[in-house]
Design a protein around this ligand. Structure first.
Ligand SMILES: *[C@@H]1O[C@H](CO)[C@@H](O)[C@H](O)[C@H]1NC(C)=O
Ligand SMILES: *[C@@H]1O[C@H](CO)[C@@H](O)[C@H](O)[C@H]1NC(C)=O
Ligand SMILES: *[C@@H]1O[C@H](CO)[C@@H](O)[C@H](O)[C@H]1NC(C)=O
Ligand SMILES: *[C@@H]1O[C@H](CO)[C@@H](O)[C@H](O)[C@H]1NC(C)=O
Ligand SMILES: *[C@@H]1O[C@H](CO)[C@@H](O)[C@H](O)[C@H]1NC(C)=O
Ligand SMILES: *[C@@H]1O[C@H](CO)[C@@H](O)[C@H](O)[C@H]1NC(C)=O
Length: 546
């Protein structure tokens, strides 16, 4: 093994440790230092941390140490494409398209997913370690791995499991170049999905936002640090108008407090002894930003109630739920029913039919319904609980149970260009554990005003034959369409991942019969396959997606 002497300009492996690019001036001062702790280091370049390299420490106590013919070692790191503003550099640094991280609180952590044959799948955690995790991190433009996590710590995937017993040497450019095994049926389950936390450059995001007044350090009124024209800074509150979970997600991420449980529009019930003035309004985030400064906001402050009581607040949480619909079951259970109007009074009362039903000659005639079963799994790390407290649940007399969420799912028939051809009402549900994975017990039950929710590892089943579990397609003309179901569409309840909330199928309707194919979760396929699907929903070869 060749030793790398501590010499000036020696390029230590930049990946071993991330740091900001240092200015020449600072480098110069650093080099004037005369105290050396380590006088020799010999990395292979594949280590995940400098401490993992063979090091030789200075034994004596001389101020010049053993580096008489050398100078302090320096490194020059290059931030990954996600962290650089240099456009040319961004283009040059290619990020893998065959690997992604899902379900983390930010882009540099999550469940490892890899693509094979146009289909995303997970990695089983047998032998999963920092070495292999670092290959994934570097492949995605981050530093080495901080943690290699096992046991679905970033939630469970739902597609195939593509790899098992991954063993990288650390030199590979992609996890696909590492030694691995294919899984066999009994080998692995999604409860063993591997995940990773990557090292990233320190960006100081948490310095420009703070929360206060809440009951714990995980909740409070949001304040931002605002730069004033005279060069000073001050903290200020944010207007609560339009504030939602998406904006709260950014604040929680920015502060390293995990996922957003709630984005609060009113915060009057929190301690308001030291409140500041309101400084920002109209903050709108997509939810994936690293910092509030990356979100849009009003240029000119404009807030309906510009007092602290109505300022924006957040409740953050280290864990969150993650709901996914069983696409296979939708495809297997779908059928058309012509249901007589006299059997639909209850459904009409609950708004489960399209608008034209009001003009029908009740009780004569029928509605054409597209029916299917929905099985909604919680594959996250926390129970899914309705946003509303019991006091605001709505009693649905006709169906005889309480609804705890106004809009829990959207059922739609879309045209090829994405316009809605039939809207299967905004279904509200009574949430409960219908069944659970082995070893997990049910906790939520709708009957008798019971607690509502979906436990991790359980699912809520709405069978195709229950009232309102349909889309009213009476007015839909023959053609090719997309059947779409979106769970928690308004992101009212926090989840680890919203990109798996939509399920799509291709439909061909000839006016009498319907063919439904290729049902899949929105993030299951490569962009290329997904584009083909959207372009030809009816004709699309169903072999490609199976
Ligand atoms: C090592 O050197 C420092 C500074 O030169 C001195 O303060 C300290 O006492 C020395 N320690 C020993 C163990 O000689
Ligand atoms: C794993 O399966 C894929 C596709 O079925 C095959 O192409 C590949 O050679 C297999 N790899 C190993 C390591 O067995
Ligand atoms: C800067 O401006 C703010 C508000 O306009 C004012 O409160 C503050 O005193 C000023 N600070 C200095 C140092 O001028
Ligand atoms: C309010 O500010 C005072 C003075 O800075 C401080 O002593 C007190 O703890 C603060 N209260 C809260 C709730 O932060
Ligand atoms: C989804 O539904 C299919 C068909 O009923 C079933 O075989 C499968 O086990 C379900 N998937 C999960 C994850 O439960
Ligand atoms: C989208 O498709 C529908 C039905 O095919 C059609 O009525 C509508 O005009 C189309 N809209 C656009 C913007 O192309």
């Amino acid at each position: 093994m060749q030793k790398l002497k501590s010499k000036a300009n020696a390029k230590a492996n930049a990946n071993v440790k991330n740091s900001a690019i240092t200015t020449n001036k600072r480098l110069y001062t650093e080099r004037q230092k005369s105290h050396f702790l380590v006088h020799s280091v010999a990395c292979l370049g594949t280590e995940v941390h400098l401490a993992a390299c063979p090091l030789e420490f200075n034994k004596g106590n001389s101020s010049t140490g053993a580096c008489e013919d050398g100078m302090p070692a320096v490194v020059s790191c290059v931030a990954g494409p996600l962290y650089t503003h240099n456009v040319a550099l961004k283009k040059k640094l290619k990020v893998s398209k065959n690997v992604r991280l899902k379900g983390g609180t930010h882009t540099a952590e999550g469940r490892v997913e890899v693509m094979r044959g146009g289909k995303w799948g997970t990695v089983c955690d047998d032998r999963w370690n920092l070495q292999s995790a670092s290959v994934v991190c570097r492949e995605l433009g981050f530093g080495s791995a901080k943690e290699a996590l096992t046991g679905a710590r970033m939630g469970q995937g739902v597609g195939p499991i593509h790899m098992n017993e991954v063993q990288c040497t650390g030199q590979e450019r992609s996890i696909w170049s590492c030694h691995y095994k294919n899984i066999t049926e009994e080998d692995c389950m999604h409860t063993e999905d591997a995940s990773v936390r990557c090292n990233t450059p320190y960006m100081g995001y948490e310095k420009t936002v703070r929360i206060g007044g809440g009951r714990s350090r995980y909740e409070g009124r949001v304040e931002v640090l605002q730069a004033l024209p005279n060069g000073t800074q001050r903290w200020g509150l944010l207007c609560g108008d339009g504030w939602s979970t998406k904006e709260a997600m950014v604040v929680c991420r920015q502060l390293g407090l995990g996922y957003a449980n709630h984005g609060l529009k009113e915060t009057w019930y929190w301690d308001s002894s030291n409140v500041t003035d309101m400084v920002w309004s109209g903050v709108k985030c997509t939810g994936s930003e690293m910092s509030l400064t990356q979100c849009q906001r009003h240029k000119v402050f404009n807030c309906q109630k510009a007092v602290a009581r109505f300022s924006a607040g957040v409740i953050c949480s280290e864990t969150a739920s993650d709901l996914v619909l069983n696409a296979t079951l939708v495809q297997q259970s779908v059928y058309i029913e012509d249901r007589p109007l006299h059997m639909l009074y209850c459904a009409a009362e609950e708004d489960c039919l399209s608008k034209t039903a009001a003009q029908a000659n009740w009780p004569y005639g029928h509605r054409r319904l597209l029916r299917f079963s929905s099985q909604i799994h919680n594959v996250g790390r926390a129970d899914f609980r309705p946003k509303l407290g019991r006091h605001s649940w709505v009693w649905h007399a006709c169906h005889g149970h309480y609804h705890s969420m106004d809009i829990f799912t959207h059922y739609d028939i879309l045209s090829v260009n994405g316009t809605k051809m039939a809207e299967g009402h905004k279904a509200s549900f009574c949430l409960e554990d219908s069944e659970c994975q082995e070893g997990i017990s049910k906790r939520y039950e709708c009957a008798n005003f019971g607690e509502q929710g979906i436990t991790v590892g359980c699912w809520d089943l709405y069978r195709h034959d229950i009232d309102c579990q349909w889309i009213d397609i009476t007015d839909v003309k023959p053609g090719n369409y997309i059947l779409q179901v979106v769970i928690n569409p308004n992101q009212e309840v926090s989840e680890m991942d919203y990109t798996n909330n939509a399920m799509k199928c291709s439909c061909k309707y000839d006016g009498h019969r319907i063919w439904v194919h290729n049902c899949h979760i929105g993030d299951a396929f490569s962009d290329e396959v997904e584009r083909k699907f959207e372009k030809y929903p009816g004709q699309f070869n169903n072999q490609i997606m199976n």
